[in-house]
Design a protein around this ligand. Sequence first.
Ligand SMILES: [Zn+2]
Length: 207
Amino acid sequence: MQRVTYTIKRCSACKLIKQESFFNVDNSNKSKLSSQCKQCKHKTQQKYLSENKEKVLFQVRAYRDSNKERINARRVELYNQNYEHTRAIRTATNVKRRANQLKQTPQWADLEKIAQVYEYARHLQQQYSNKYHVDHIIPLQGKYVRGLHTAENLQIIDALSNMYKGNRLTDTEPVATIHTHEFNVYISNRRASSGHRCHSTIQIQTP
Ligand SMILES: [Zn+2]
């Protein structure tokens, strides 16, 4: 008969006794395990993120700016290691996204307007040499609500906010709002260097 022994630990947050595999490794701890179970840890992190959104975004940017070379080197290394795998995943993700986009583009969608939003994002990118993404206000692949691929559901936000948002339905506070009679464009123009946010409303007319 084989005897199996498990290490168990009590979670400091939910107070439940769980198996070792339910805890993350944490070498700063005497037990080499995190004091909170994975589930609780995740909740704690999510809470912190939602309460400190600006701060975290600022930190991420600052870290990224001062470690550019190291991050890039690591990225290249990982890319080379996982080339085939990464490519397969990327293709699959893109195919899925395009399919969803297609499926959620209603008959009445104004494709010309949609193209204008993308065009404007490209224009901003060239002008401010910052990465801007065209984002769906209500995500196409949201968990509870799925948005449509229409101009009215599009906004332009900087790439970092977009990554932060993921597929969650969050209020990405626009810093500047550009009103046109055609569509609304929200530009979140956070600069890590200053940490300031400019509040301005720009009115532009579309041709
Ligand atoms: Zn717990």
